[in-house]
Design a protein around this ligand. Structure first.
Ligand SMILES: Nc1ncnc2c1ncn2[C@@H]1O[C@H](COP(=O)(O)OP(=O)(O)OP(=O)(O)O)[C@@H](O)[C@H]1O
Ligand SMILES: [Mg+2]
Length: 320
């Protein structure tokens, strides 16, 4: 397992007010996996990425990355971890590159091993298709090209983990696709575990697993399955935490007007939740357009393998 987070809690203290950014988040990611993380603004995605990348520490909880318990590292070990175990790709192209170094020098800059730097950097710049731009400064590159150089830079020390926080957020037109394709290539070629945070519904086309974070907890997961006949199906799951808690998506609650109680019935192989008349929700729940678009797109374009509770709800909403 590349990543194991258990019950992560992160509280930011801001002039006397505590902000609960992560509220007992659990997440496991296999070695060599490539997953997408989606969620509303403020749900805790970047907070999680910063913790996984050793840039920040959780208030409580466990984070194991590539066999290392991040909370037990000394400052020196944490620094070494950041430089050798993880590559970071940020949304802001300007944050990724050093403006006064050429593309090639940017890739060489973070390298920790003394030998062969030039050679390795040339291979990496070739990998991202920018061999002819090696001597260009970032300001002489398009934003898509800058992001490709940044991607090569994250691979400088061949890290087992690559964290990309909205890497295509500032790119337009066809550039996101080129970045996703490169990430896929890196994942396949080097076995790098890759986590991509995205607001882009497109993300689900490029990864095999998408996890939604809601209010600081992992809540829903969509897994792509390839059938023997070359078809693709998607399964949606609610994620249970170690205490057995699940979060029911607000669209589901809204479409059935569920308030703060549900009746439940346990049959041989199902748990059925039903609205309770005297606990009906009266106010509509705030909408999450992005997740809505994401799910609807899935149900329109891909055959549904198993009609899960969630998907039936979304489909019903679409048909209404
Ligand atoms: N350094 C900080 N100090 C105080 N509060 C913070 C800090 N960083 C994040 N937060 C708060 O923690 C919560 C989670 O923030 P986070 O940046 O992880 O969200 P996000 O899911 O990445 O959002 P976005 O999609 O907008 O990037 C938010 O309420 C945010 O305001
Ligand atoms: Mg963020």
């Amino acid at each position: 397992m590349m990543i194991r987070c258990e019950n992560l809690v992160k509280i930011y203290q801001q002039t006397g007010i505590d902000v609960l950014a992560l509220q007992g988040l659990d997440l496991s990611v296999e070695k060599g996996g490539m997953i997408g993380i989606v969620g509303e603004s403020g749900s805790g995605k970047s907070t999680l990425m910063n913790i996984l990348g050793g840039l920040d520490r959780p208030t409580t909880g466990k984070t194991i990355v590539d066999g290392l318990d991040l909370l037990s590292l000394s400052n020196y070990q944490q620094d070494l971890f950041r430089r050798t175990k993880v590559g970071f790709l940020w949304q802001q192209t300007t944050r990724n590159l050093i403006p006064w170094l050429t593309a090639l020098e940017n890739i060489i800059f973070p390298m920790v091993r003394a030998q062969d730097k030039q050679n390795r950097a040339e291979k990496l710049i070739d990998l991202v298709g920018l061999k002819n731009h090696a001597r260009h400064l970032p300001s002489e590159l398009s934003s898509g090209e800058q992001q490709r150089v940044a991607l090569a830079m994250t691979l400088a020390n061949n890290p087992p983990l690559l964290l990309a926080d909205e890497p295509t957020g500032e790119l337009d037109a066809d550039n996101p696709r080129a970045i996703y394709a490169l990430l896929k290539e890196i994942n396949c070629e080097f076995g790098t575990t890759i986590i991509i945070v995205s607001h882009d519904p497109e993300i689900s086309r490029h990864v095999q697993r998408v996890v939604e974070i809601r209010d600081g907890k992992t809540s829903t997961e969509i897994i792509e399955n390839r059938t023997d006949h070359g078809g693709v199906s998607k399964d949606a799951f609610l994620m249970l935490d170690s205490a057995g808690r699940v979060q029911i998506h607000r669209h589901a609650l809204e479409s059935l007007s569920i308030g703060n109680r549900v009746r439940f019935d346990i049959t041989e192989n199902q748990i059925i939740l039903e609205p309770v008349e005297e606990h009906r929700r009266t106010k509509p729940v705030a909408k999450n357009e992005e997740w809505d678009a994401f799910i609807i797109e899935e149900t329109q374009e891909k055959p549904i393998h198993k009609t899960s509770f969630l998907k039936r709800i979304f489909k019903k909403r679409k048909d209404d």
